[in-house]
Ligand binder design. Structure first.
Ligand code: SOE
Length: 376
């Protein structure tokens, strides 16, 4: 079996989801390549070592530049805050390493373009971890749309709702709350949560032509976790936008971290001329499907339980009736990445594909700022 030696930079929540993916993929998928957890890199050596011990990484680095110099590393996995993605990805590509980058691709489109150019110049394999594409129900939605079952699409609706930043005591910056610090995250819910909704939407429903958005920052000042200083909050706490897709359909998107009661509720609904589909992250193994072509006396919304071997990815898991969960989306992305090494095909979304999401995010943020429609 061929090996793919992984060097991971960062070890937070995403470091765990990715490491689990690397550890599990070959148990369930038949693949020529097998990832080897060669090194994890983080500034704090003790914490990095504890992570390495827990997940089985063979070694630890404290400077990502040293990681890039190592001949025994094939691929760099970037799990850092967003403000480090570009520098590490570009240097990794120049060092001839493959790059797997956590979402969003970059702080903004300009940075994303430089990343794409570096990756393409080096000709290295790459992917961005928009994991929700690989929920079997969402992959099935893509299949149904591509088969033309929905007919002409009229509406695309998506929400991503959370409630973890309502308290004014939540700090900004630091290891756990960098997502609230614009210097580290670039933006708030737009880059963190709507980016997922936009990636899925572009995949399922094609390009967005223009957007009109509103954003709000409800808590205006927060203490910085590291300096203890009270600082202005510069991220968007909430964002809503509507848009036109190039296929003629209308889109409506909303995200907030102030929807009391919702922890991570990603929902989407697509209405076509012949059929509609609906999906909800809290019930992620179900796809709701309404087919107007059904016999009228039994016509209605079906709740399809995605667990059968004929459904995407499910032939690799247990037996029909037994569903899988959130962590499997990362296992699927690892399996697809390893497969792409065998076939030579790209592993979507590539950097170039993820740049399209970045362009929509930028248009959304500038539309909200200028209170004007913006072309993507
Ligand atoms: C934020 O809370 C977060 O962890 C995002 O960063 C992830 O991308 C999303 O999948 C879940 O929520």
């Amino acid at each position: 079996m061929k090996t793919l030696n992984i060097g991971m930079v960062g070890y937070g929540f995403m470091g765990r989801t990715h490491s689990n993916g690397y550890s599990q993929a070959n148990h369930f998928f038949d693949l020529e390549y097998k990832p080897v957890l060669k090194a994890v890199c983080a500034r704090n050596k003790d914490k990095a070592q504890a992570f390495a011990d827990q997940w089985g990484y063979e070694s630890v680095e404290t400077d990502w530049k040293e990681l890039l110099k190592r001949d025994d590393i094939d691929a760099i996995d970037i799990c850092t805050p967003n403000n480090l993605h570009a520098e590490i990805a570009i240097a990794a590509a120049e060092a001839g390493k493959m790059v797997l980058c956590e979402k969003p691709l970059s702080m903004d489109t300009a940075e994303g373009i430089k990343m794409c150019e570096a990756i393409e110049k080096a000709g290295v394999k790459n992917t961005v971890w928009y994991n929700y594409r690989r929920v079997p129900a969402v992959t099935l939605a893509k299949q149904l749309i591509d088969e033309g079952r929905l007919g002409k699409i009229y509406h695309y609706r998506a929400n991503f709702l959370q409630d973890w930043t309502i308290s004014e005591d939540v700090p900004q910056g630091g290891a756990a709350t960098w997502r609230l610090d614009a210097d580290a995250a670039g933006s708030g819910v737009t880059g963190d949560l709507l980016a997922h909704c936009i990636d899925t939407a572009l995949w399922l429903n094609g390009e967005i032509s223009d957007v009109s958005a509103v954003t709000e920052t409800f808590v205006k000042q927060r203490t910085h976790a590291e300096t203890g200083e009270k600082k202005e909050v510069k991220i968007d706490d909430a964002c809503a936008f509507h848009c036109h897709f190039k296929n003629g359909s209308l889109g409506l998107f909303e995200s907030t971290r102030y929807a009391r009661g919702h922890k991570a509720l990603y929902t989407l609904e697509i209405n076509g001329q012949n059929a509609s589909i609906r999906w909800d992250l809290h019930d992620l193994h179900r796809l709701e499907y309404f087919d107007h072509g059904d016999d009228s006396i039994v016509r209605g919304w079906r709740s399809v339980h995605i667990s059968d071997g004929d459904q995407p990815y499910m032939g690799n898991w247990w037996v029909p009736g037994l569903n899988i969960g959130y962590e499997h989306t990362f296992i699927h992305q690892v399996a697809d990445f390893l497969k792409s090494l065998e076939t030579g095909e790209p592993c979507e979304p590539t950097f170039r594909t993820a740049l399209e999401t970045q362009k929509v995010c930028d248009a959304v943020l500038s539309s909200a700022q200028e209170r004007a429609w913006k072309n993507v």
